[in-house]
Design a protein around this ligand. Structure first.
Ligand SMILES: C[S@@+](CC[C@H](N)C(=O)[O-])C[C@H]1O[C@@H](n2cnc3c(N)ncnc32)[C@H](O)[C@@H]1O
Length: 383
């Protein structure tokens, strides 16, 4: 196939680079030579980390399952105490703890007078305690790993049913609105625990002062609205989700004394005309769950529900996020494949879809942790 000259030149240069990098002689040289040694070691380590990633995440999984971070939050413990609590032989406990120390999940805290080593939280373990959503994600990764056991079968569409497909009742489901509470409760609870940081980052990035009514579409159990209500007491609230999920949100609003301010609507986003009346609509971690045709339908429905000049907040992790490419492109790419629908999209693709749906003045607004969520803000044109 004919390629442009610039591409042919670039291929030739990159081919040369690849041959050099693949050469064992060059690798030995780069690892010895003082000016390249540090970079060579860094790259070898990075490649090893990719190779061993599964083992690392299983060490994390074991720590989470054993509630090690919670246990050590109260202070360091010695190896014998930890082995007893973890119900495993001392040597096995030592092996797991060493692995966790190497991954900065735990930290060695010297020896007791008796010579028994002590362990406390490491920097990652401590950070993990501050975001319970991470532990919940780690636990439910069991299903993702199951689905990824044979990644080629998954990629080729040879798996009749995936664990994550079962878990996310709406993914690839022709009639998701029929899902009962039992089918949505687990994922809704997971979304609730992982929503806090996302909601905080979005609400810190965009002020809701000038809006009257916020409708959160695909709003789950209502966490985003609850956080918004807390900051902006003047705001009226609406939530749209599958009927069984909207019912859960309704219950929460009542429990929190928000029933006066909050209305819930149940339906299927792919089919329903969304209620009008809100001047601000949010889609938080929703669009990436849907294949292109459905995502377009949702954006059009959101546009139709907004008045001219109304605002849309579209917040989710996105592909091609500088510094977080593996999160969007590798993690969410494979995760959503296993789930059975959707894909992470780069901001430029989402912007194009938004324009197509009738939005204008589409801007990427800076968020605190783009790895976790990015934010597109768009204005609805008149229909
Ligand atoms: C990944 S969760 C995000 C929940 C919440 N926005 C958050 O960030 O915590 C996606 C939400 O979209 C809802 N959803 C998915 N497909 C839907 C559909 N066809 N109709 C209505 N809601 C749907 C799910 O029930 C779920 O609550």
């Amino acid at each position: 196939m004919a390629v442009p000259f610039s591409a042919a030149l670039s291929d030739a240069l990159l081919g040369l680079r690849d041959r050099i990098l693949a050469s064992p002689g060059f690798q030995r040289f780069a690892a010895d030579f003082p000016f390249t040694r540090a970079v060579a070691q860094q790259r070898a380590r990075a490649l090893f980390d990719i190779t061993a990633g599964f083992v690392y995440s299983q060490v994390l999984y074991a720590c989470v399952e054993l509630d090690l971070f919670q246990t050590l939050a109260a202070g360091p413990l010695n190896l014998d105490d930890l082995a007893a609590r973890m119900q495993m032989p001392r040597a096995a406990a030592d092996r797991l703890l060493r692995a966790a120390v190497a991954l900065h999940l735990l930290q060695r805290r010297g020896l007791e007078r008796s010579g028994v080593p002590r362990f406390g939280l490491g920097r990652h373990g401590a950070a993990l305690l501050g975001n319970p959503g991470i532990a919940a994600m780690v636990r439910h990764h069991r299903m993702l790993y199951q689905d990824l056991t044979d990644p080629l079968a998954l990629l080729r569409g040879e798996l009749a049913q995936t664990e994550l497909g079962r878990y996310w009742a709406y993914a690839g489901n022709a009639q998701p609105a029929r899902s009962q509470d039992a089918a949505v409760s687990e994922y809704s609870a997971l979304m609730s625990v992982s929503n806090a940081f996302v909601a905080g980052d979005v609400l810190d990035a965009w002020s809701l002062r000038r809006y009257r009514c916020l409708m959160d579409v695909g709003g789950g159990e209502g966490n985003f609205l609850i956080a918004a209500a807390d900051r902006w007491p003047h705001l009226r609230l609406r939530l749209f989700d599958l009927p069984a999920v909207a019912a859960r949100a309704n219950l929460r609003f009542r429990k929190l004394g928000l029933a006066e301010r909050a209305e819930t609507f149940g339906g299927d986003l792919h089919e329903t005309i969304l209620p009008t009346g809100a001047d601000l609509i949010s889609l938080v971690r929703v669009i990436h769950d849907h294949d292109d045709a459905d995502a377009r339908t949702i954006l059009r429905a959101v546009h139709a529900a907004l008045p001219a000049g109304g605002t849309l907040l579209l917040a989710e992790p996105m592909a091609e996020t500088p510094g977080a490419e593996p999160v969007g492109d590798a993690y969410f790419g494979m995760y959503l494949l296993a789930m059975g629908s959707g894909r992470p999209r780069p901001p430029r693709e989402l912007k194009a879809m938004l324009r197509e749906a009738g939005f204008e003045r589409i801007r990427l607004v800076r968020t605190r942790r783009p790895m976790q969520t990015r934010l597109l803000v768009a204005r609805a044109t008149g229909t």
